[in-house]
Write a protein that binds this ligand. Structure first.
Ligand code: PLP
Length: 379
């Protein structure tokens, strides 16, 4: 090296030093696109799968592997795979279930808007048909499953924005009766409150952008499967579609996981106190809070977009933003955001009225959250 020109030294100096003997206590960010070995024979073995190792970050990376192992362990799955966003993860899970032209999906009608969009546009264009039903009506779900023979059932543990809790065990039974696989989006509940794989679900997906990261500074998605056999298909989507999670984001999410339990305890406690307050308020017609999780949705008595925007604009502490699950409290207006693209009649059918507001409760002192809502409602 020392004989080389400065131009060459600038490129190589300081790099590829031996790893330190001391173990870092937190997983380092492996900000590298590719990996080298001492010989071509070793590279050949790693490529061929005869030797464990990393080759190229789209195929795997130690920082991503640490996050995948962490979420696999807490969701008690057999295998896990990380993707760039929650949507990339949902797409990967559906594809890993081997959907093909002619396959049918039985989906909850209350899925996150983009998940419905993915099924009804992208997958529909490839000949995958989706039927949406109300998953809180299990008789209907059972009947539809018998009628359409779905390959996949998909629902959310706690639905958005009306916060209906899915009876996962009953869905597992219906899926098994029909030889279908059950995918559960566990974003709203998190593994701290619900572990769908232990109840028999086949795959769990997460928008790690929400509670797992918890700080609104990283986007990510995760799929965890109860069956090791899904590993190839999940890795294959990562390699071939390429929606790989960035290593910086993986680091943020892995760090977020460490405080998930304390954040959720505080957020759920704040949510219960806030829901009790909201239940008593004259300006509120209805409070949706299942007693589980850190979200509460309210319907204003004045069910108009104007009144709703007036209330939301008057908030001083609470943040007006899309997304949820962060350390700060935020509000969202589903009718003009997540459910904007639906026809007004379909929105009403789903219960997404103009006066509906979803509140994601943070870790602030609950008295301050309530005071902010009170001054905005009084205004
Ligand atoms: N699943 C649920 C329940 C969500 O709320 C969201 C986003 O809001 C997603 C999936 C998509 O996640 P991402 O925005 O990380 O792609």
């Amino acid at each position: 090296m020392s004989d080389n020109d400065i131009t060459t030294k600038l490129v190589h100096a300081g790099e590829r030093r031996p790893l330190p003997d001391a173990q870092p206590v937190s997983t380092p960010i492996y900000a590298t696109a590719t990996f080298t070995y001492d010989s071509m024979q070793e590279i050949d073995q790693v490529f061929g799968g005869e030797k464990q190792g990393f080759i190229y970050t789209r195929y795997g990376n130690p920082t991503l592997a640490a996050l995948e192992e962490a979420i696999r362990e807490v969701e008690e799955g057999a295998t896990a795979c990380a993707y760039a966003t929650g949507m990339a993860a949902i797409h990967a899970a559906l594809i890993a279930c081997d959907l093909k032209t002619g396959s049918t999906v039985l989906a909850s009608q209350d899925l996150y808007g983009a998940t419905t969009g993915l099924l009804n546009t992208v997958l529909s264009n490839f000949g995958v048909k989706t039927v949406h039903v109300d998953f809180s009506d299990l008789t209907l779900v059972r009947e539809k499953a018998r009628e359409i023979h779905p390959q996949v059932l998909i629902a959310e543990t706690i639905s958005n924005p009306l916060l209906k809790v899915c009876n996962i065990e009953a869905c597992v039974e219906i899926a098994r009766e029909n030889g279908a696989r059950l995918i559960i989006d566990n974003t709203f509940a998190t593994p701290y409150l619900s572990q769908p794989l232990k109840l028999g679900a086949d795959m769990v997906v997460h928008s790690a952008t929400k509670y797992l990261g918890g700080h609104a500074d990283a986007m990510g998605g995760l799929v965890i499967s109860r069956d090791e056999m899904d590993s190839n298909a999940l890795v294959s989507v990562m390699k071939l579609v390429g929606g790989v999670l960035g290593v910086w984001e993986a680091h943020e999410i892995l760090r977020g996981l460490k405080t998930l339990a304390v954040r959720m305890d505080r957020q759920c406690e704040n949510t219960r106190a806030l829901a009790n307050y909201l239940n008593e308020h004259q300006a509120i017609a209805r409070v949706h809070h299942p007693g589980l999780g850190a979200l509460v949705s309210i319907e204003l008595r004045d069910d108009t977009k104007d009144a709703t925007f007036r209330f939301m604009n008057a908030l001083k502490l609470i943040v007006r933003s899309t997304s949820l699950g962060d350390v700060f409290t935020s509000v969202l207006h589903p009718a003009t955001s997540s459910h904007r693209d639906l026809l007004p009649a379909r929105r009403r059918e789903l219960g997404i009225v103009d006066g509906l507001i979803r509140i994601s409760v943070g870790i602030e002192k609950v008295d301050d959250i309530i005071a902010d809502i009170e001054q905005a409602l009084d205004g």
